[in-house]
Design a protein. Sequence first.
Length: 246
Amino acid sequence: MNDLKGKVAVITGGASGIGLATVEAFLDKGAKVVLSDYNAEDGQKHADRLSDKGEVVFIKADVSKEDEVKALVEQTVEKFGSLDVIFNNAGIGAQGETHNLTYEDYRKVISINQDGVFFGNKYAVQQMKKNGGGVVVNCASILGIVGEPSAYAYNASKGAVVLMTKSLALQYAKDNIRCAAVAPGYVESGMVNKEALGEYYDKLVDKHPIGRLGVPEEIAHTVVFIAENEFLTGITIPVDGGYTSQ
């Protein structure tokens, strides 16, 4: 079991939802946490709020920009002296019929959900090789495992994350670097709630055999589990209430 106390963890997309819950979960384990997000106002606000729980700082980064992800890793090491865990969580959703999808909209999804994971993988591994090891956790999705008629670009981006995770795990196992992914089902956060979605909310619930949507903390606990379990690498863990078992 990998003791996370004193370890340094970077969480992208950390100012809301799954990312914010994961920041708190790592702080609860005694880790030093970099909360990263493109939203500086919310990111700093939450870092300040959580400072009484442990060592946490905010570093702004747009994961679709390679130079900003590179700087995120460099600033993390400057602040805490290491990088032990990264959770590449930042992402966006997208819906729509493929024949009406513009290349600009397609590229926006890919640039954040897929390119952002690539940049996080690349620069985290560079640092972890210097450290003598580390853990990379990528945020995939149930829609990286099964198809959704109106989520062409999102399916493409999250399906890529699943196989990027396998490739990274195989490449760097010899360097004591583990890589795994978490694949959330639909989670109550942001605009995914009954008030916002109305009747469609009930349809989403019906797709989950367990009879409800997930909550961010359930995904966060799985990320911690991956980081702690030293014999776990190369897999994607669905946390989906049975969605992908059907």
